[in-house]
Design a protein around this ligand. Sequence first.
Ligand SMILES: NC(=O)c1ccc[n+]([C@@H]2O[C@H](COP(=O)([O-])OP(=O)(O)OC[C@H]3O[C@@H](n4cnc5c(N)ncnc54)[C@H](OP(=O)(O)O)[C@@H]3O)[C@@H](O)[C@H]2O)c1
Length: 348
Amino acid sequence: MGKDLLIYGANGYTGELITRLATERGLKPILAGRNEPAISALAEKHGLEHRVFSLDEREKLDAALQEVEIILHCAGPFSLTSKPMVEACLRNRKHYTDITGEISVFEACAALDKRAREAGIMIMPGVGFDVVPSDCLALHLKNRLPTATYLTLAFYGMGRLSHGTQATMTMNVGRGGAIRKDSKITPVPAGWKTREIDFGEVTKTGVTIPWGDVATAFYSTGIPNIEVYTIAPASALKMMKLSRYFGGLFATGPFQKYLQSKIPAGGPSDTERAKGRTLFWGEVRDAEGNRAQSLQQAPEGYTLTAIAALNIAEKVLGGNFRTGFQTPAKAYGADLVLEIEGVMRQDV
Ligand SMILES: NC(=O)c1ccc[n+]([C@@H]2O[C@H](COP(=O)([O-])OP(=O)(O)OC[C@H]3O[C@@H](n4cnc5c(N)ncnc54)[C@H](OP(=O)(O)O)[C@@H]3O)[C@@H](O)[C@H]2O)c1
């Protein structure tokens, strides 16, 4: 087992981390990407096969997919890269997973549900930090209060962000926030609401963000109203609010080019990741005023991404998958995240 997995964007920060963990697990994925020197050097380092192609090289993409059962797409921003890969997976009847957190990508994948079922494949975007732990927490809360109509989620402690995460966030600056209201994804201003979040060991001020769960938790739980908060320093909150007025400017070509050029390569070091932790809080409410709250602790975000993504890939390779568009918790249940060492959940 192992060569049945293709990691695209393997030379990126997260792709490399996933590659390293995959080899530690004894997997032998095929590494792929568009950057020949970087991909071949990484493949040589780990003794793996590699393929080099860009996403518009349809023949090479199809040929690579024909060699495997599942793709783990690590080349983001996924709003720019997901579509050609998902279409190739549908064409070649191969399972698609990625590590996106972008609402537009989740929604585009959800719209492919029928085609995925017809092709006999699973399409599961968001197999990383966003959304595995929060998706599992959302379903756990829904199971505790099946009549829930409101879901609020919060997370804290992402630590240092990788190049790709910052690039994706920068690309989306000026697009405002989003919540789910009456089942519909609804735009709200950036930094729309703040509230105190009690994570158990610490209470922090959270701010609404357009996190992937605004899309996915609806498919996992059916809850029609969803808000997601993160903990941001006062300076970031100020920037969010400023982006309401200047976001349009930041989104223009020259500004984007400038901002993107300032993002440092790489991401948190092994030591930083080992020291990092993430905290989650979630609450559901129903129309009668009943409530349930749960907390979750987990490893650092990029470590969690690598473990969660490979856990899911291994399940699929073992024949454990559901066809169609899936979210992690919908396919594998609320306890999926508890398979990761260091994850703890507590009802409060
Ligand atoms: N959901 C989560 O929890 C989570 C966790 C980690 C990362 N992410 C997301 O994953 C993505 C990657 O993050 P990262 O920090 O690993 O990024 P990174 O270090 O910047 O690496 C990006 C990778 O994507 C490739 N790539 C970018 N655009 C491409 C395109 N148009 N066609 C083909 N390949 C392309 C790059 O190839 P080149 O070397 O050729 O440029 C590189 O291999 C980001 O979108 C980030 O937000 C999400």
